[in-house]
Design a binder for this molecule. Sequence first.
Ligand code: PMP
Length: 345
Amino acid sequence: LRNNIKQLVPYSSARDEFKGEARIFLDANENSFGSPLPKDYNRYPDPMQWQLKYKLADIKGVPPQHIFIGNGSDEVIDVLYRALCNPGVDNVVLCPPTYGMYEVSARINDVVIRQVSLTEDFQLDMPALQQAVDENTKLIFVCSPNNPTGNSINRSDIELLLNNFDGIVVVDEAYINFARQKTFIQELTEYPNLVVMQTLSKAWGLAALRVGMAFAGEEIINVMNKIKPPYNISQAAQELALQALENVAQVNEWIKETVVQRDVLAASLINLPIVLQVYPSDANFILAKTTDAKGIYQYLVEQGIVVRDRSRVELCAGCLRITVGTPEENETLINTLAQIEVGST
Ligand code: PMP
């Protein structure tokens, strides 16, 4: 734990101690007259989001006290750094190319960054990781399936890390619903140093709500709760997420369709003369190496289609990252790309 966090007395409100109904609430300086919206939005929400956690516990098979909810998983990343890493002293090990917020959030929190690039086949470089870790390494982020490469990280390597590293291994499973590999959520009791991150932003179709989750042992979750902003998940987000979580069947349908479309898109992309390689994906996007990523990206923008140019990212020269769209969107993309002649961009 970061030194200042060991001493921290967390913010508390009168309602933390007070459970149940009262006749009159005059403790939180809310508007006592009401809300302009047709709900009790004049009242602060449950800071611990228990209803939502019970529902998530049910779906995920993890006890509610092992769940932390963040304002997107981006907040989970930030809270982990603030809980564990003494600024300017402690370090995090990152494995690029990977999700950009691990680095940005580390820089914001003045956490020392050690980069251990993935191998050519986008797997963990285990000998190099062993070299990079020292007594000040508090966290290792492993993104699986990895953004932007799309592949899952070998399970045995993650297990090796969990067994041999004293600090915390964060497995970011933002795209796990699209993967052939199974989640690490069921391994929490086996590995006290495991934190699994998931989100409602991808498969669940709720990116606008900003709901991300960490699953971990109770001790870690308690520390995260201690330092998060008290009301980090709005009442609207809690209610809507709860409502959305009733639609498991619909979401499972979308996942199936996304996986089917991913294969269709991959097969169409590799047939284009401007595409040199399509990397295998376990996510809802595809990384494709092209003849001229920047030119193709610009051309697509002019046609009203936005993809992600990842060509300046390590190991991703020439690469575009393309989200799997609806069948119509994918067809439009492929038809538009088919108009390009090699060398014309
Ligand atoms: N992790 C990964 C691997 C991501 O790709 C993203 C979003 N692109 C996030 C986390 C952040 O998700 P959220 O919307 O939950 O903040």
